[in-house]
Design a protein around this ligand. Structure first.
Ligand code: TMP
Length: 250
């Protein structure tokens, strides 16, 4: 790992040059941040679990025809992905009022939305990822209109699929964040799903009890953070009980 060229280090992941041109290795860390880096911590085993959970979800999305950057999982903390040019827009899809929507609009967390809401945020840490509109995206050239359309269409399909997937394991998909990239192949460029889908980037509530099974437990100092991530992995059937070779030391 040390001989590989590191291309980028984010808050929860590191990207290394991949073994073949056009590929990257995505390494999942245990580091967690919240509120744009104001709060920092470690969630033991998170990287291993998010690697598995994201793999599981990306494979299923691929099977329903959503183009993703995922190629294959390499080991406990790494996956091989297609190299993309990240579109600097975070797409948030909400099914239930929570988090910043509850705060901004003074609404009660847990209020179901009559229809799913798609929001955009400009990926810029210095600005604290401000909320933006479609018009900002095209006006400032962060993405083309066609790419915005692709992101909306794909996000709503992903939402439909994931709502069902999680419902099947007793979890309500409250909201989640997606990132997309431009995948260049010869003269063609395609919008594909990038980054990860995990309890870091989703709000997941137990369907029966509303217990939070996601990063809000870390953001809000609720305790039981590791256990929540483990519970999601277990319910999805991706709990890595056998091969703990790359697991962090206790
Ligand atoms: P929010 O309510 O704080 O705007 O978050 C909406 C969803 O997006 C929630 O599932 C958490 C996820 N999210 C991220 O993945 N990264 C971020 O930086 C933020 C702010 C939210």
């Amino acid at each position: 790992m040390s001989r590989r060229r590191q291309l980028y280090e984010g808050k929860a992941k590191v990207l290394y040059e991949g073994p073949e041109p056009g590929t990257l290795v995505q390494y999942f860390k245990d580091d967690a941040t919240a509120f744009n880096n104001e709060k920092k911590g470690t969630i033991t085993g998170k990287g291993v679990l998010n690697n598995r959970i994201s793999e599981f979800i990306m494979i299923q999305l691929g099977e329903i025809g959503i183009a993703t950057h995922f190629i294959r999982r390499l080991n406990m903390r790494e996956q091989l992905v297609k190299q993309v040019e990240i579109i600097p827009v975070e797409v948030v899809i909400r099914n239930v009022v929570a988090g910043s929507m509850a705060k901004r609009l003074g609404m009660k967390e847990g209020t179901p939305l009559p229809r799913s809401v798609v929001e955009f945020y400009y990926k810029d840490d210095d600005l604290g990822d401000p909320m933006i509109t479609e018009e900002h995206i095209t006006t400032f050239g962060w993405a083309a209109l066609q790419e915005v359309d692709d992101m909306i269409t794909m996000s709503l399909r992903i939402n439909d699929f994931l709502c069902g997937l999680f419902m099947g394991v007793g979890i309500r998909l409250v909201d989640f964040k997606l990132e997309y990239g431009r995948h260049y192949q010869g003269d063609e460029v395609r919008t594909i799903l990038a980054d990860e889908i995990s309890p870091d980037s989703c709000r997941l509530w137990d369907s029966a009890t509303n217990e939070k099974l996601d990063k809000d437990r870390f953001r809000r100092d609720m305790g039981g953070v590791e256990e929540a991530y483990q519970e999601v992995a277990r319910r999805l059937g991706v709990w890595p009980e056998e091969d703990r070779s790359d697991a962090p030391a206790a």
